[in-house]
Design a protein around this ligand. Structure first.
Ligand SMILES: [Zn+2]
Length: 440
């Protein structure tokens, strides 16, 4: 099955050369690949690197107990001495609350965290009461003495909170993704938190009932899991992740890469092939099958590159996991499956390099950041501005590739910037038997 990459996977910031992924290979008795990576967009979440043990006040269990007490006492303003502070990120229809702060080159967006009292007030304004099960534990940062939560307020019609001088607005996650400066570690971290939160909330919406007996499914572990409310069934239900292979198919002999277009892409955008993994299939098998089905090309060696959580797909798929590969072609004649793709073509390294060079990623990112600022100021509120981000590459380039928020960008730029001293880019010496990376 083809993965439908959305047309809003469009250009945005220019990848700083320091951030380009570098690959190096070593040969001993087996081929080993080492990859020096910075986190992709939506990875590198700073508040969930470790889940504290249950006895820790920052753990999901302890934090949830303390949340219940505060809501019962209705004295949430008065923090218990040993208990951490709580911050809540509201979402409406999959959109996190955000604000925008002016910056030198462009405004910077931030997540719209509110405290428990404001969250309670927000719900009370539309006649609802804040219940502890509505809050989903996101993580904590003990150095800040804070536990972070998310809540879905799609059913509440209250106006957006205005706190101090900051104006808040619910903004599409894709819009925030495009507006994120890829070199800004803090905003990248906030994007990852928002992605994780959206995935969990969408999954809660999708898993209201037990798939086994049909009874109501209720949250447990502070919303990180669910279980069936039927005691005879009591099935545990885990958040859903849908793995997808995404591959840059490479013709080593002729130093070309296979790029494809889907009909829903914006004009001139080309990207990697991608597709969902089927049950009972290895990642390598999925790479070979998808490439064969969509383009008729046979793939031999498959090399892992990196992976990226992708929480901005359709809401029926709360979080995809994009698993990126280099896939080395064994045959070169393309037969495009027109039901799946609009086109697929081999592109030489120089042409792809030009596409990367001419794309005005930074300009598009700043334009998106300015639009988030407008939305927070109330200009165009309620509109989805994703469609406006069709900032194409420079006129001189006949094609462009997705921006640095997408793993496809990094697969392609890794290949373009490989060590060209080697006869065909980076040489993977895989002549040895037991080659753990190649899975030939
Ligand atoms: Zn059940």
């Amino acid at each position: 099955m083809l993965l439908l990459l959305s047309s809003s996977l469009i250009s945005v910031t220019k990848a700083p050369t320091t951030l380009i992924r570098s690959l190096s290979y070593f040969t001993k008795t087996t081929t080993v690949m080492s990859i020096n990576l910075q986190p992709h967009a939506f990875a590198g979440n700073p508040i969930r690197s470790k889940t504290p043990k249950s006895t820790d006040p920052f753990s999901p269990t302890s934090a949830f107990e303390s949340l219940k007490i505060r809501l019962l006492d209705n004295t949430h303003q008065q923090q218990q001495p040993s208990s951490p502070d709580f911050k809540v990120l509201p979402f409406r229809k999959g959109r996190p609350l955000a604000c925008s702060i002016p910056g030198e080159a462009a405004p910077t967006w931030h997540l719209g965290w509110i405290n428990l009292a404001d969250c309670q007030g927000f719900l009370e304004n539309s006649g609802a009461q804040l219940r502890e099960e509505a809050l989903v534990y996101l993580g904590s940062r003990s150095e800040d003495d804070v536990v972070y939560w998310a809540i879905d307020v799609s059913d509440q019609n209250s106006s957006v909170p205005e706190l101090g001088s900051k104006q808040f607005c619910f903004v599409e996650l894709r819009t925030l993704m495009v507006a994120t400066d890829w070199s800004d570690e803090q905003t990248m971290g906030e994007l990852a938190i928002a992605g994780h939160a959206r995935s969990l909330l969408e999954w809660h919406n999708l898993s209201r009932f037990c798939g086994h007996c049909g009874e109501k499914a209720v949250p447990t572990e502070a919303g990180r899991r669910k279980h069936c409310s039927n005691e005879l069934c009591n099935k545990r239900i885990y958040p859903r992740v849908d793995p997808v292979v995404i591959m840059l198919v490479i013709d080593r002999e002729n130093d070309r890469a296979l790029l494809s277009r889907q009909s829903r892409f914006v004009p001139r955008m080309w990207s990697c092939l991608a597709g969902f993994i089927e049950p009972g299939e290895s990642l390598e098998e999925a790479v070979r099958r998808e490439t064969w089905e969509e383009t008729g090309i046979e793939v031999g060696e498959v090399i892992y590159h990196s992976s990226q959580p992708w929480p901005v797909g359709p809401s029926s798929i709360p979080c995809q996991l994009m698993v990126g590969f280099f896939a080395y072609a064994k045959s070169f004649e393309i037969t495009v499956d027109k039901e799946e793709l609009e086109d697929a073509q081999w592109h030489c390294r120089e042409d792809v390099k030009k596409a990367l060079t001419f794309a005005e990623y930074k300009k598009a990112q700043r334009a998106a950041a300015a639009k988030v600022e407008q939305m927070c100021k109330g200009v165009g509120k309620g509109q989805s501005l994703v469609g406006d981000f069709n900032v194409e590459s420079g006129e001189l380039a006949p094609m462009f590739i997705p921006g640095p928020f997408a793993i496809a960008h990094h697969l392609i730029s890794s290949w373009v910037h490989q060590d060209t001293d080697a006869p065909n880019g980076v040489e993977v010496r895989s002549g040895q038997s037991n080659n753990s990376m190649s899975n030939l």
